[in-house]
Write a protein that binds this ligand. Structure first.
Ligand SMILES: CC(C)(COP(=O)(O)OP(=O)(O)OC[C@H]1O[C@@H](n2cnc3c(N)ncnc32)[C@H](O)[C@@H]1OP(=O)(O)O)[C@@H](O)C(=O)NCCC(=O)NCCS
Length: 129
């Protein structure tokens, strides 16, 4: 598979139900929970892209543009947007959908950088030259 195809096929979509155990006192999803889900989907995307062992090294600004109310569905979409020597940058967008209507809008976005590591936990090249 060529490089562009790997980027395309590693695009990762995960749906979740916004259950009450993930919300705060405003009855919207807790920001820390949102970041956890984003990190997990970034990890899945990087792993599916390179099939290497990854750790998160950094995340860029995360924009919480809309609240995510309880009793909705969310879709997280992970896409590889930059490939370095040992690191990969993954963008994560979250869309919120009402359960009983066709309403859907982007709520959150942010980028995560993950580094491929070897058996000694040192950075290793994503692809051999
Ligand atoms: C990730 C880790 C192995 C990197 O080791 P390091 O010696 O700092 O790595 P290097 O300086 O050689 O950089 C490796 C790559 O990471 C990138 N990088 C390092 N720090 C970065 C940062 N803060 N932001 C973005 N990229 C970063 C470098 O640009 C480099 O990319 P490239 O090879 O594609 O050019 C090390 O920092 C680590 O173990 N961190 C803890 C990870 C962790 O526990 N995460 C949470 C749980 S998953």
């Amino acid at each position: 598979m060529n490089y562009e195809d790997k980027i395309k096929s590693s695009e990762t979509h995960v749906f979740k139900v916004v259950f009450p155990n993930t919300t705060n006192h405003h009855n919207t999803m807790f920001g820390g929970k949102v970041m956890e889900m984003m990190d997990e989907v970034a990890f899945m995307t990087a792993t599916r892209f390179a099939r290497k062992s990854f750790v998160t090294v950094s995340c860029d600004r995360i924009d919480f543009k809309k609240p995510i109310p309880a009793d909705t569905l969310v879709e997280l979409i992970g896409k590889v947007k930059y490939v370095g020597n040992t690191s990969v940058k993954v963008s994560i967008d979250i869309f919120v959908e009402e359960m009983y209507a066709e309403t859907r809008e982007k709520a959150v976005s942010g980028d995560f950088t993950l580094v491929a590591i070897d058996e000694n936990k040192k950075p290793t090249r994503i692809f051999e030259k």
